[in-house]
Design a binder for this molecule. Structure first.
Ligand code: NDP
Length: 499
């Protein structure tokens, strides 16, 4: 990676724009701690300009036939795929996630969602319904775009999150002002330029950079019709509170503390692989992570033995190396937070440390030692009241909990205010369906973990979120309904007049 990349500017009116704040903030490569780019910080005047740009673009974009919008967005999906490796490289240096991940997941799953929503609206997915009431009267409905929408992203899947928000937003005829996380801002300008190159008109997709105050200004802005937010539960509550001031639509994709339940008949290899995927992929920085791993008491020893044997396959190293599948955490602040949880697990919760612990992986080069690395960590003999079991850590920390009956496992799995994801490993599919039905979570898997294709609507229950992204239901979050009753003979009005 070049030691220093060009500064990233704001984007509105179809082009990059220097910030008027005269302030920038740094982007750090978390694998080495190196300062790799400066990001222009938006002033309130800049945010107002970006919102005005989106307002001016809305009438023409919303009136553009859906099939024409679809063609433009399909072209953008192709451009993303053509530049997969270049964008994935930037995402790897921005987030610290290994290139073996970003090159096959981050850009690809974003482009898939763009293609999905382009095809959905191009194929009539925004059509309303007609209901015949009487011979001479019927009701028809229309799905109308909302207007200018705000997208606010987290740092774990930056370009994917930007695409999961902007794809349905733009496909439905809305315009967007998007704010990436201040920790991972490199992708915003790249995506905006790709949209412009594909033919998205000026002002339809705009980017402002900055920290929480920029997000807060956007969520309270009177010209914003909807806020789509991905981040922590506590921030989501602030955003929803602020949006409620002018009754904005909201979608909230928030945190989780998800249960992964292994049943006694499960294939041991698949269950161990599933638990590793659900805790160490993206260095554990995945909202749907299955961090509470419930194991039948009789299976515990065999499960732990195989898990420990397989931990050699979690390999820290240079983030562009094809052999590396485990990167650092995204920032120094987050490294310190996750390390604090590991310490708490050892010293205060007194869980049994099975693997890892405080500190960096052993094999790091002197350059990498300057980065924000932690060890993949496994605790066992955990209990439900431990802090490491109750709170979202958002790092590579797996907790093993044992259970005696399936009913007990389900009850304990549900005993949380969060409800993002859950999953079961078993060969008994009848039982799997019965248990899935009882689990209080919006995203569930059977004998799998983490896969989230464009066709699958995803969103949390309880405090993990409001609404869904993706799938056919995902488009509904970006439109409002208009119902029209047509009476050909005016018979109801006439009947009233005759009373
Ligand atoms: P945060 O809640 O800290 O931040 C999310 C975004 O909100 C950032 O862009 C942040 O800006 C911005 N922000 C902060 N304060 C405000 C405010 N008052 N008003 C408006 N915007 C604000 O989350 P993280 O970035 O730490 O992301 C990790 C969290 O995201 C985890 O809890 C994870 O579970 C969740 N997540 C959920 C997903 C889902 O689909 N359910 C997917 C991915 C992550 P800045 O950071 O620049 O200060």
């Amino acid at each position: 990676m070049a030691t220093h990349l060009p500064a990233r500017q704001l984007y509105y009116d179809g082009q990059t724009q220097a910030s008027t704040s005269n302030k920038t903030f740094p982007t750090i490569d978390p694998s080495t701690g190196a300062h790799i780019a400066d990001i222009h910080e938006a002033s309130r005047a800049d945010i107002d300009k970006a919102v005005s740009s989106a307002e001016r673009a809305f009438p023409a974009w919303s009136a553009t036939p859906a099939i024409q919008r679809a063609r433009i967005l399909q072209k953008a999906a192709q451009l993303l795929r053509d530049r997969n490796d270049e964008i994935a490289t930037a995402e790897t240096h921005d987030t610290g996630k290994a290139f073996t991940e970003t090159s096959v997941v981050d850009v690809a799953t974003g482009a898939d969602v763009l293609e999905y929503f382009a095809n959905l609206v191009g194929g009539g997915g925004l059509n309303g319904e007609t209901t015949q009431l009487r011979e001479d009267a019927w009701v028809y409905t229309k799905k109308a775009p909302l207007g200018v929408c705000a997208g606010i992203g987290a740092w774990n899947y930056p370009i994917q999150i930007a695409l999961w928000k902007s794809a349905p937003c733009l496909a439905a005829g809305n315009t967007m002002v998007y704010k990436p996380s201040e920790f991972t801002s490199l992708h915003g300008e790249t995506l905006a330029k790709i949209y412009t190159e594909a033919g998205v008109p000026a002002g339809v997709f705009n980017v402002v950079h900055g920290a929480g105050d920029v997000g807060a200004y956007l969520t309270a802005h009177p010209s914003i019709a909807k806020v789509s937010f991905t981040g922590q539960v506590a921030t989501g509550k602030k955003v929803a509170g602020s949006a409620s001031g002018s009754m904005k639509y909201v979608t909230m994709e928030l945190g989780g503390k998800s249960p992964l339940i292994v049943l006694s008949d499960a294939d041991l290899e698949t269950a161990v692989d599933g638990a590793m995927m659900a805790n160490f992929y993206s260095t554990g920085q995945v909202c749907t992570n299955g961090t509470r791993v419930f194991i039948p008491r009789a299976m515990k020893a065999a499960f732990e033995k195989r898990l420990l044997e397989k931990m050699q396959y979690v390999r820290a190293g240079p983030v562009m190396d094809p052999a590396t599948n485990f990167g650092p955490l995204v920032s120094r602040v987050h490294r310190d937070k996750v390390t604090g949880y590991i310490k708490h697990g050892i010293e205060t919760d007194r869980a049994k440390l099975l693997y890892g612990g405080v500190g960096q992986p052993a094999n790091l080069t002197p350059e990498l030692k300057k980065g924000y690395w932690v060890k993949p960590t496994i605790f066992t003999d955990c209990t439900d009241d431990m802090k490491i079991v109750k709170e979202e850590i958002f790092g590579p920390v797996l907790s093993i909990l044992t259970y005696d009956t399936v009913e007990e496992a389900v009850r304990r799995a549900n005993a949380t205010e969060l409800g993002l994801a859950a999953g079961i490993f078993t060969k008994d599919l009848n039982l799997a369906h019965r248990i899935i039905d009882q689990l209080q979570a919006g995203i569930t898997w059977v004998n799998s973990w983490g896969e989230s294709p464009a066709e699958m609507s995803v969103g949390g229950w309880k405090q993990s979120g409001v609404g869904v992204e993706n799938g056919r239901r995902g488009i509904e979050a970006w439109v409002r309904n208009k119902s029209t009753l047509v009476d050909m003979n005016g018979s109801v009005a006439t009947a009233f007049a005759k009373l």
